[in-house]
Design a protein around this ligand. Structure first.
Ligand code: HEC
Ligand code: HEC
Ligand code: HEC
Length: 174
């Protein structure tokens, strides 16, 4: 129970020093106070429905990254780089073939819940969603999710500020 007291006294000392010095800023040895920019926590959430709010058909950029479009491509052929990256997430003994099973429209009515029917944590055939999703979005050089979207956990994980519970929303593709 020593730690909180220590922190409080440090804060009191720091505040006192700022008054004595008559200046704004950080006392020596203390990290500067700043407002963190965490989507959904301290700033607006631009992707409240997670996957389907980001994987859109960006017509003005002529870029269709809807998951239905992506998965259609993968049912023909998976990019070898991606396949290599995802192989370690596959269940033991499974070698990814590099061709996704064809998905009907119902697979895109509830993303990622519908994906999770096959990509469950104990799947024997497909990489579990939790591993696959993290490796896709949070690893690799020149990763667009990291480089352009800040790699924020809260783009997918949503905090209920009242109960403290985390969840991942699931919704139909737009
Ligand atoms: C804020 C934007 C954003 C959100 C939210 C998001 N993604 Fe992505 N996703 C991306 C970007 C950007 C990439 C490309 C990453 C890269 O550069 O390799 C990507 C890549 C993917 C890919 C691989 C596509 C490929 O061809 O390499 C899949 C599959 C995917 N996302 C599924 C999902 C799922 C499922 C969810 C929700 C659990 C989700 N994404 C949430 C932005 C997002
Ligand atoms: C009917 C079961 C099923 C459903 C539903 C499903 N998947 Fe898969 N998925 C698989 C299987 C099986 C593999 C392994 C394919 C292989 O061997 O290459 C796989 C592999 C993948 C891979 C790795 C690349 C590949 O094809 O090997 C990605 C990415 C992926 N799935 C994304 C998704 C997303 C996103 C959804 C939901 C929109 C989804 N999957 C729904 C069965 C499914
Ligand atoms: C692109 C979407 C996406 C992003 C970004 C993301 N996650 Fe996840 N995360 C998921 C999904 C999907 C699951 C699986 C949920 C399930 O199976 O119910 C998950 C599950 C988890 C779990 C529980 C499962 C486990 O592996 O033990 C942890 C912990 C976790 N995420 C941490 C993080 C952290 C930390 C970050 C940021 C550095 C992050 N996630 C960013 C989609 C995401």
């Amino acid at each position: 129970m020593k730690t909180p007291l220590l922190w409080i006294s440090l804060l009191v000392i720091a505040a006192g020093m700022m008054v004595v010095n008559g200046q704004e800023g950080t006392p020596p040895g203390m990290p500067p106070m700043q407002t963190p920019q965490i989507p959904g926590i301290t700033t607006a959430d631009q992707f409240p429905q997670a996957c389907v709010d980001c994987h859109l058909n960006y017509t003005e950029m002529n870029m269709d990254v809807r998951l239905s479009t992506i998965m259609k491509g993968m049912s023909e052929k998976v990019d070898p780089e991606l396949l290599k990256k995802l192989q370690p997430t596959a269940p033991e003994g499974v070698t990814l073939k590099g061709k996704h099973p064809e998905l009907g429209p119902e697979a895109f009515n509830n993303i990622p819940a519908s994906c999770r029917t096959c990509h469950s944590p104990n799947s024997k055939t497909a990489p579990p969603a939790k591993q696959m999703t993290h490796v896709i979005h949070l690893t690799g050089e020149e990763n667009i999710f990291l480089g352009m979207f800040g790699g924020e956990c809260t783009h997918c994980h949503k905090l209920d500020k009242t109960t403290g519970l985390w969840s991942i929303p699931s919704a139909a593709e737009k």
